[in-house]
Design a protein. Structure first.
Length: 212
């Protein structure tokens, strides 16, 4: 599956570089010293920024440690997914949408590996990280529900039933993402995360359609 990547402008690249430098600094220092022995001043010094700049990017040290939730795909990509039509496979379309959503994570394998190490040693961070992912799940469920409505606008379906069906698809998708992310972070090769997402969804598709 081929995915075109839109290159960000210079200002956005600088912003992303600074944001990554902050996360790399806080994670590296926390791994070396322990979170309780790391200050915003330490992080800023290593990231070559001022403490004031740090707070322009993150409200706290913990926020920098847990990082951002996965970003959703562009509005255009979302509309393409929603309008794909009932003859198009929802699961395959969802795999493509999520591969595009996770494109910005492609270059952050080192950050992800550092974060996994620090989170293993500080269990409270895992709960905070999961909370950031909940917003992503909620957005995805709403998008999937829109797709279901668009595919069968004439169907007099109970909204609660449609909501539960969208939730099921969302949880299956999130499980595939988590599997892909783990394979990507722990694997020996350097396959892009988007390829791992496609492979995880292909396996889900193979399992669910095996007895058809």
């Amino acid at each position: 599956m081929s995915i075109e990547t839109e290159q960000p402008g210079l200002r956005e690249r600088k912003r992303l570089t600074t944001r990554r430098a902050i996360q790399h600094a806080v994670l590296t220092l926390s791994r070396e010293r322990g979170i309780e022995h790391v200050t915003v001043e330490d992080i800023s010094r290593l990231a070559n920024i001022s403490p004031r700049t740090f707070f322009n990017y993150f409200p706290s040290k913990d926020a920098a440690l847990i990082g951002d939730a996965p970003g959703m795909a562009s509005a255009e990509d979302i509309e393409i997914f929603v309008a794909a039509g009932p003859s198009s496979d929802v699961l395959a379309d969802l795999a493509l949408l999520l591969a595009k959503s996770l494109q910005r994570t492609e270059a952050d394998r080192e950050i992800h590996q550092l974060r996994r190490t620090v989170m293993k040693e500080n269990a409270y961070l895992f709960g905070m990280r999961m909370a950031t992912l909940r917003d992503f799940e909620d957005q995805l469920q709403q998008i999937i529900e829109r797709r279901f409505r668009a595919d069968a606008p004439e169907r007099a379906e109970d909204p609660a039933e449609r909501n539960q069906r969208a939730l099921l698809f969302t949880l299956v998708a999130v499980a595939a993402i988590r599997h892909a992310w783990r394979v990507w972070a722990e694997g020996d090769d350097v396959a892009p995360l988007s390829e791992c997402v496609n492979a995880s969804f292909a396996e889900v598709y193979r399992i669910t359609r095996r007895n058809d």
